[in-house]
Write a protein that binds this ligand. Structure first.
Ligand SMILES: [Fe+2]
Length: 307
């Protein structure tokens, strides 16, 4: 039997939640999270082998599939990347967002009802399986490589591996690299373990064959790249990262204040440091709150260019 006081408290919370939900939609905050922007970025690389001049990489990160990110956003993001016909697709980690807070459905802040009624532990296998399924629907010429983000280990690394191993078209790199070969020239793509929850390792040296080989680094968290840049001769030319969401909520004059990165140079966009290019994507999804402000979600197309 529900007491009168509990009933009134519950009704008050529900009414307050409904008012909040409608006001955040009226403010345009709901739409802000789903308006994906394509960022087409030229990456100048001095030692780029000629065979890779014009090579394109699609970068899709922080999709955070869950109650706030519907399947359609992930499909739409992939479609945008596919339209550019990249040579390689790179997935930057943080594939899901599992939330057990019952407040969100009560507030009406649910865009993807598939996971809204599930307990968090029940939802995780579905989230990872659905993410892997969706992300394996597009395979460019040189394939798909992926790295691990903090949310993989925070939820369940075993369930992550179970889901992604069932889609062998996605090659997950944990302190490993692949070599893409064109004749005698190579592009190395090194995927690091997550900086926050894993054990990233130092980069192996690149053979000194000018204009024949160069390396691209993929790291979920830009703080790993920051550590690489402190080495005497960082063994990479270009690094791509996610994790920050660009700050997600960017109040005027305080851009990226909430971005969880120690090195504030790498909140969002491209930065050149000592001749190395470092790009941080705002990613697709949201965490903490279901909206973005002055910080649209993105998919990224990199076009490598001889500098
Ligand atoms: Fe993330």
């Amino acid at each position: 039997m529900v007491s009168r006081r509990a009933f009134l408290a519950g009704a008050g919370l529900a009414l307050g939640g409904a008012a909040l939900a409608s006001s955040y939609r009226e403010m345009g905050l709901d739409a802000s999270a789903g308006q994906i922007r394509e960022e087409v970025v030229t990456v100048p690389i001095p030692n780029l082998p000629a065979a890779f001049d014009g090579y394109t990489i699609g970068f899709f990160t922080d999709i955070h599939l869950g109650i706030w990110v519907p399947t359609e956003w992930v499909v739409s993001g992939l479609d945008r990347i596919r339209a550019h016909k990249p040579d390689l697709l790179v997935l930057g980690g943080d594939y899901i967002l599992a939330t057990e807070n019952p407040l969100w459905p009560m507030l009406g802040w649910v865009r993807n009802p598939r996971y809204a009624g599930m307990d968090v532990s029940d939802s995780i296998p579905f989230l990872f399986a659905d993410a892997a399924e969706l992300l394996s629907t597009y395979r460019p010429r040189d394939g798909v490589v992926a790295v691990i983000g903090n949310h993989e280990r925070w939820n369940s690394i075993d369930l992550f591996w179970k889901a992604f191993n069932s889609h062998p078209g996605i090659r997950v790199l944990v302190n490993e690299e692949i070599s893409i070969v064109r004749g005698e020239q190579q592009l190395l793509v090194f995927g690091s373990d997550d900086f926050l929850t894993g054990i990233p390792r130092e980069l192996p040296a690149v053979p000194q064959v000018p204009k024949r080989i160069c390396r691209v680094v993929v790291s979920h968290n830009p703080d790993y790249v920051s550590a690489l840049l402190r080495e005497e001769t960082p063994a990479f030319s270009f690094a791509m990262c996610g994790h920050t969401h660009g700050g997600q909520i960017c109040l005027p004059g305080m851009t990226g204040l909430a971005a969880p990165v120690n090195d504030r140079r790498f909140v969002s966009g491209m930065v050149e440091v000592s001749g190395k290019q470092v790009y941080t994507s705002r990613g697709l999804g949201v965490v903490g709150v279901p909206f973005r402000l002055n910080c649209p979600p993105e998919v990224t197309i990199f076009r490598l260019q001889t500098a």
